[in-house]
Ligand binder design. Sequence first.
Ligand SMILES: Nc1ncnc2c1ncn2[C@@H]1O[C@H](COP(=O)(O)OP(=O)(O)OP(=O)(O)O)[C@@H](O)[C@H]1O
Ligand SMILES: Nc1ncnc2c1ncn2[C@@H]1O[C@H](COP(=O)(O)OP(=O)(O)OP(=O)(O)O)[C@@H](O)[C@H]1O
Ligand SMILES: [Mg+2]
Ligand SMILES: [Mg+2]
Lengths: 227, 227
Amino acid sequence: VIRLEQITKVFGEGTAQIAAVAGVDLEVRRGEFLAIMGPSGSGKSTLMNIIGCLDRPTAGRYCLDGRDVAKLDDDALADARRLAIGFVFQTFNLLPRLTALQNVELPMIYAGVGGRARRKRASDFLGMVGLAGRVTHRPNQLSGGERQRVAIARSLANEPSLLLADEPTGNLDSKSGAEIVTLLERLHTDGRTIVLITHEQDVAQHAERIVHLRDGRIVDDTARLDA
Amino acid sequence: VIRLEQITKVFGEGTAQIAAVAGVDLEVRRGEFLAIMGPSGSGKSTLMNIIGCLDRPTAGRYCLDGRDVAKLDDDALADARRLAIGFVFQTFNLLPRLTALQNVELPMIYAGVGGRARRKRASDFLGMVGLAGRVTHRPNQLSGGERQRVAIARSLANEPSLLLADEPTGNLDSKSGAEIVTLLERLHTDGRTIVLITHEQDVAQHAERIVHLRDGRIVDDTARLDA
Ligand SMILES: Nc1ncnc2c1ncn2[C@@H]1O[C@H](COP(=O)(O)OP(=O)(O)OP(=O)(O)O)[C@@H](O)[C@H]1O
Ligand SMILES: Nc1ncnc2c1ncn2[C@@H]1O[C@H](COP(=O)(O)OP(=O)(O)OP(=O)(O)O)[C@@H](O)[C@H]1O
Ligand SMILES: [Mg+2]
Ligand SMILES: [Mg+2]
């Protein structure tokens, strides 16, 4: 479902240029559960933004579901992204003036889901991440880990077939983190393709395959032995 | 140096009231290295904000260096905070229009440090957290872990005697995280008092004492056996 060929992303100009991603080839099959690990600054989030159609590569080709993403205009790209891809951002990116419930409803509003169904589903997703008691809170009334969980609930809103999660347990204690991993495993068993960036070995162990990045390149690609 | 007596912090009104911190007694001695752990939403950041004089308790008494903080007006509080306390925020709170170097310089500007000394020290602190190559980047040109490390460098700017760090390794891979823990240990050996909120057992193990929070209360307080 995802094919990246020689993907490169360069920031900046002249001598200050930084190749955040430097020639990555990666194929992810439909229904696969992949974890991406690597040092801070090794290009993981940059790569994820390209996969999620939030950024375009400087060079290389990206085919999503067999279609060359470079050939889609911005509107077609936004459509593909909105309905098929769920994204959990490393920095959450919640809207500060909306409640937790409204933040989770937002992708459904774009997808044209009616008000009552929307609120019911948003409330179910928040329940799934343990936030039933926080639905009317706004982001600045939530703890770090609660905001992270609202971001996770929001990514599930349109029941996307591809879920991209950038360090979804970084702000969670081990118990809440384990609950999120169990949730991801269930979503995977239901048939979704999941790409997960994580710094934690225990979280990565639940994926079927782990890819290691270093300085913008893939340096290791291992299937879990008992997968 | 820190004495909290029956500290309580309640948010909201009426039936929607939440006691984020519910009657905490805690003493931290000068030069101690304390870790605070607990589930997401258990009140750790709220407690830290009170210790750092960024928030006032709803009830209870907080004495910092023997002085009742409630008796200080906002200006005196800001002074105490600015010079003696270094704070690493869970959500970094960097200024988006300033470079990494300028963000680290900021507390020194408030402390009246001259331009050349400031830039040299800011650059040294950024070097200590492995960001010598990123000093001119602005926050949106930095990875999540790089922003976290700028926040750590900034907290050291005025060489504070009390360092409060809210999950400083949440966005770091194990190697960068270990480097930060080594840095904290060194700062502690130099005589600083350190209070660290963390979700990671390996990080907490480097403190001399671990306090566990649950639902706004202290449920465990253990000195490390070999400390
Ligand atoms: N807009 C930009 N301009 C210049 N450099 C950038 C920009 N965005 C990112 N970078 C650099 O690209 C590199 C890769 O960034 P990226 O966010 O992908 O890292 P990461 O692997 O996600 O790191 P972390 O684990 O810390 O989140 C970093 O060194 C960063 O400084
Ligand atoms: N302004 C506010 N209004 C209402 N409730 C709040 C407010 N700020 C925090 N809370 C609630 O207080 C509780 C404690 O929050 P706090 O940020 O201290 O938790 P935490 O232990 O730091 O959690 P985490 O590990 O997720 O960062 C949370 O359940 C949160 O929803
Ligand atoms: Mg990242
Ligand atoms: Mg917190």
